[in-house]
Write a protein that binds this ligand. Structure first.
Ligand code: PLP
Length: 361
C-alpha cells in the first residue's frame, strides 16, 4: 500500500527510512534475537541505544555539559505540573499566553502557586506573538514560561522574551529539531516527541543541572522529581524503551541530513512554498501575522465553512490526510514537520490551486 501525505499535528509523519529500518530490526535487533520491545532496559543492548540517543541529541542541539537530557513519560502535559513542582520555590511564575497549550500550562501552574500572565495574544485568536519588550517580569518569579511553537494557531517565537535573568522554560513540543536553538538561553526545554521526533510516549527534557535539586514542593512524588531521573540516567524505572530507540534513529536521520542548520533551510523552503501560495491565493488565506508564522504548523481558511469542509473532504480523497484545523479553531491546518517531504508540500499546493480554480467565486 502506498503511503499517504500525512499532515497531522501529532502523532505525525516519521521519516520513511527510519520506519523501514525499524521494521527490518523488529524480530532481531542487532543479533540479539529479539525486538527492542522485548529486551530488558538494563541490558547492554538497550544501554547502548539510550546512551547513543542522548549523545546524538547532544551533538545535534549542541547541548552544554551542564545540562541533563532526560527521556521521560507522561506526555508534554505532565511537564505542566512537573515544572512548578520542581522549580516553584517562591510559588510564583510568569507566563505568556499564546494559545491552548500555553493556557493548559497556566491552569496547571495555578494548582501550585501564583501565575502572572505577563503577555497574551488571546485578543486576536492567538494569531500573533505578543510584544516581548518591556514585559512586567515579577521580581519574585521563579521562572518565565513560553510555548515556543503554538501547534494549534501556527505561531512561533522568532525572538525570546527578556527575562531579566529569570529562568526561561520553553515547551518545544512542536518545533524541537526544526532549527538550531541556543540551549544556554533556557533553564528547561521540553518536548513531547510525537511531532518532530518519534512515537508518542516519550518526552525529552533538557534541563540545566543547577535546577535539579531536592528542594521541590512538599508532596512531589518520586517519579515527578527531575532528580530521580537525572540520577538514574532516565532508568529509574522501566522507560518507554521502544520509543527511545526510534527517537535515536530519528536523531541520526537528522544528523545525516546535515543537522539543524540543514533542517532549518529545508523547513524554510518547504514552508515558503505553502505561505507564498497562501499570500497569492484569492481563495485561501493564512491566519497568522507574517512575522510570527510557524515553520511547522500552517493554519489557513477560505472564509467559508462550507468551502473549508468541501476542501477537507476532497483533499482526503486525493491522498492528503489530516488537514482539518483543530476542533477549537476550525478551517485547515497543514503540519509540515521535519519528516514531511518537500514533494508532499508541492503536491498539496498543486491540489489547492486546482481546488481554487474549480471553486472560483
Ligand atoms: N504542548 C504542545 C505545544 C503541544 O502541541 C501538545 C500536543 O499536541 C502538548 C503540549 C501536549 O502533549 P501531550 O499530548 O504529549 O501531553
Amino acid at each position: 500500500m502506498a503511503r499517504i501525505y500525512n499532515f497531522s499535528a501529532g502523532p505525525a509523519v516519521l521519516p520513511e527510512e527510519v520506519l523501514k529500518e525499524a521494521a527490518e530490526e523488529m524480530l532481531d535487533y542487532n543479533g540479539t534475537g529479539m525486538s527492542v520491545m522485548e529486551m530488558s532496559h538494563r541490558s547492554k543492548a538497550f544501554e547502548e541505544i539510550i546512551t547513543d540517543a542522548e549523545k546524538t541529541l547532544r551533538d545535534l542541539m549542541n547541548i552544554p555539559e551542564n545540562y541533563k537530557v532526560l527521556f521521560l513519560q507522561g506526555g508534554a502535559s505532565q511537564q505542566f505540573a512537573m515544572i512548578p513542582m520542581n522549580l516553584m520555590k517562591n510559588r510564583v511564575a510568569d507566563h505568556i499566553n499564546t494559545g491552548q497549550w500555553a493556557k493548559k500550562a497556566i491552569a496547571e501552574g495555578k494548582i501550585y502557586g501564583k501565575i502572572n500572565v505577563i503577555a497574551s495574544s488571546e485578543d486576536k485568536m492567538f494569531s500573533y506573538i505578543p510584544d516581548l519588550k518591556n514585559l512586567a517580569i515579577s521580581d519574585n518569579a521563579d521562572y518565565v514560561y513560553i510555548c515556543h511553537n503554538n501547534t494549534i494557531y501556527g505561531t512561533k517565537y522568532n525572538q525570546l522574551p527578556e527575562t531579566g535573568g529569570k529562568i526561561l522554560v520553553a515547551d518545544m513540543s512542536s518545533d524541537i529539531l526544526s532549527e538550531p536553538v541556543d540551549v544556554t538561553k533556557y533553564g528547561i526545554i521540553f518536548a513531547g516527541v510525537q511531532k518532530n521526533i518519534g512515537p508518542a510516549g516519550v518526552v525529552v527534557v533538557i534541563i540545566r543541572e543547577d535546577l535539579i535539586t531536592d528542594d521541590v514542593l512538599p508532596g512531589t512524588p518520586t517519579m515527578l522529581r527531575y532528580k530521580t531521573h537525572a540520577q538514574n540516567k532516565s532508568l529509574y524505572n522501566t522507560p518507554p524503551a521502544y520509543g527511545i530507540y526510534i527517537c535515536g534513529k530519528v536523531f541520526k536521520w537528522v544528523q545525516k541530513l546535515g543537522g539543524l542548520e540543514a533542517m532549518k533551510k529545508r523547513n524554510e523552503e518547504k514552508a515558503a512554498i505553502l505561505y507564498n501560495y497562501l499570500d497569492s491565493s484569492k481563495l485561501f488565506k493564512g491566519t497568522v501575522v507574517k512575522k510570527d508564522r510557524s515553520l511547522m504548523n500552517v493554519p489557513f481558511v477560505t472564509g467559508s465553512e462550507e468551502l473549508d469542509a468541501k476542501f477537507i473532504k476532497e483533499s482526503k480523497a486525493a491522498g492528503f490526510e489530516n488537514l482539518k484545523g483543530h476542533r477549537t479553531v476550525g478551517g485547515m491546518r497543514a503540519s509540515i514537520y521535519n519528516a514531511m517531504p518537500i514533494e508532499g508540500v508541492r503536491k498539496l499546493v498543486e491540489f489547492m490551486k486546482k481546488f481554487e480554480d474549480e471553486n472560483k467565486q
